[in-house]
Design a binder for this molecule. Structure first.
Ligand code: ZN
Ligand code: FE
Length: 260
């Protein structure tokens, strides 16, 4: 039996805590800060941290790794193409790794960073997408090209609809402000905006999402839709654009988009 909780860190990060309630073993994803995890372990003295999974090298994702490993002896897995502090296992595209008795498949998803990976567990339907696929958005292109990010997002969007998406930040509401601007006529976006606004006003987390919900409401997964293409035409002038060009224009717009 598994349970997944979010341990909040910094202003808007989530450290995902996977718990196997049968064996009382757990794993964390992207511990940018060790303290929330150490506090949880101190409050649950009969639990053991087995695994630390890292999606990419940014400090808000790896900052707590070494302290946690030193304190617990947990195994550290991270992307092969990036430096991960205290890494034991280097993972590249297609790699499989067993965590808490479950087989995870690694997807290379370059774009936000060049070595970024995502962790997918098929039987349980879990996707840990780091800063690649956010709820109603995607990560900024710090290292990769729009083409790379679009390809990465298309790969994740091809996972089963029911897959639950555990991303690393609470950005959903601000992403939905942009999604509304990008697709004013999308009723699924409008509905999600109302729902997430109410959740956030009540202090509730907006995650996990699902692949089905992302395909319906995330503009960055919808670059083939006429609605998005027409919006880009309206902003940047009408011309024939490839899907990657639509994606690049959308990402560029989001980079300077201000929530009113
Ligand atoms: Zn990042
Ligand atoms: Fe981040």
């Amino acid at each position: 039996m598994y349970r997944i909780d979010a341990l909040p860190a910094f202003s808007d990060n989530y450290i995902w805590l996977l718990q196997d309630t049968t064996t009382r073993r757990c794993a964390v994803v992207d511990p940018g800060d060790a303290q929330p995890v150490l506090d949880w372990l101190a409050a649950h003295p009969d639990w053991r941290l087995d695994d630390i999974l890292v999606t990419h090298h940014h400090p808000d994702h790896v900052g707590g790794v070494t302290r946690l490993k030193d304190a617990t002896g947990a195994r550290v897995s991270g992307p092969a193409r990036e430096n991960t502090p205290s890494r034991d296992v280097a993972l590249d595209d297609g790699a499989r790794i067993e965590v808490l008795g479950r087989d995870f498949v690694v997807h290379a998803v370059p774009g936000h960073t060049l070595g970024h990976i995502a962790y997918y567990q098929a039987e349980e339907g879990w996707l840990f997408s780091g800063d690649t696929l956010f709820a109603a958005g995607c990560g900024r292109l710090f290292e990769g090209t729009p083409q790379q990010m679009n390809m990465s997002l298309r790969r994740l969007a091809a996972l089963p609809d029911a897959t639950r998406v555990y991303c690393a930040h609470e950005y959903t509401l601000s992403n939905l402000h942009f999604a509304r601007a990008a697709e004013p006529g999308n009723t699924a976006v409008a509905q999600r905006f109302e729902e997430v606004s109410a959740w956030r006003a009540a202090g509730r987390i907006s995650l996990p999402s699902t692949i089905a919900l992302e395909k319906a409401t995330n503009p960055f997964l919808r670059c083939r839709e006429t609605s998005i293409k027409e919006k880009i035409d309206e902003r940047d002038g009408a011309r024939q654009r490839t899907e990657d060009e639509v994606f690049a224009a959308l990402r560029g717009w989001k980079d300077q988009f201000k929530v009113a």
